[in-house]
Design a protein around this ligand. Structure first.
Ligand code: BEZ
Length: 224
């Protein structure tokens, strides 16, 4: 199975979920989608991940992002586990806010390249990794990450990446630096000339002087 690469079109698929049968593209509509797999139901770290994502549902909704969890466990297992997640994460507002795919045959996990390579040929032992895909409204893969079973993911990072992707889609001449969060300075793409940059960002550009003498670090806070 070839790895999914940034820019690939995510193929449409049908799946059984805790909210009935869904078709990815219909579920997605004109939204962004985050698909995230986890190793197994009724495990502690996964419980915190699904819970924290549910707690922040409004942050995703505000950004036009739909959520779709994936697991190789059975549908009735997911339904029982959701009760546990709601009990453990008491600050989930209202009903559990997103579907969880039941991929008992692992067909989708293989198709989406989410199987841990340890024990990959052993159906009973091969776990899914903590894969996470951010898919844009054109079904293109925009971010892919894989975490090991031992390490829960950061919801703040998911939201931060969405903010960055949506910003650079709006203003393709900028990029966002390490640890950037909305409101902080952004950087100007190196292929934009100085003259063009001055026209695009009349509010001001900081050109950082570097020992090399090159001025590739150009930042601005006035980009909106
Ligand atoms: C967990 O979610 O806690 C977990 C899942 C699989 C293996 C180890 C831990």
């Amino acid at each position: 199975m070839p790895a999914l690469r940034l820019g690939d079109t995510i193929p449409n698929f049908k799946a059984n979920t805790t909210e009935g049968s869904i078709d990815l593209y219909s579920y997605q509509g004109k939204s962004w989608v985050i698909i995230f797999s986890h190793p197994a139901d009724f495990t502690p770290v996964c419980t915190t991940e699904l819970g924290r994502i549910a707690v922040h549902q409004e942050e995703f909704k505000k950004r036009n992002v739909k959520l779709l969890a994936h697991s190789c466990d059975k549908l009735n297992s997911h339904v029982d586990w959701v009760n546990d997640i709601k009990s453990y994460c008491k600050d989930i507002p209202g009903d559990f806010p997103y579907p969880i795919i039941a991929d008992e045959t692992r067909e989708l996990a293989v198709k989406l390249d989410m199987i841990d390579q340890n024990n990959k040929d052993d159906e009973d032992r091969a776990l899914t990794v903590r894969a996470l895909y951010i898919i844009d409204p054109a079904h293109k893969l925009r971010l892919s990450m894989q975490y090991p079973a031992s390490t829960g993911r950061s919801v703040d990072e998911m939201i931060r990446v969405i903010d960055s992707l949506q910003l650079v889609d709006k203003i393709p001449q900028i990029v966002t630096p390490a640890n950037w969060v909305p409101g902080e300075k952004v950087m100007i793409v190196p292929t934009v000339s100085d003259a063009e940059a001055d026209k695009l960002f009349p509010g001001g550009i900081d050109r950082v002087s570097m020992p090399s003498g090159l001025t590739y670090v150009r930042t601005t806070t006035k980009y909106m």
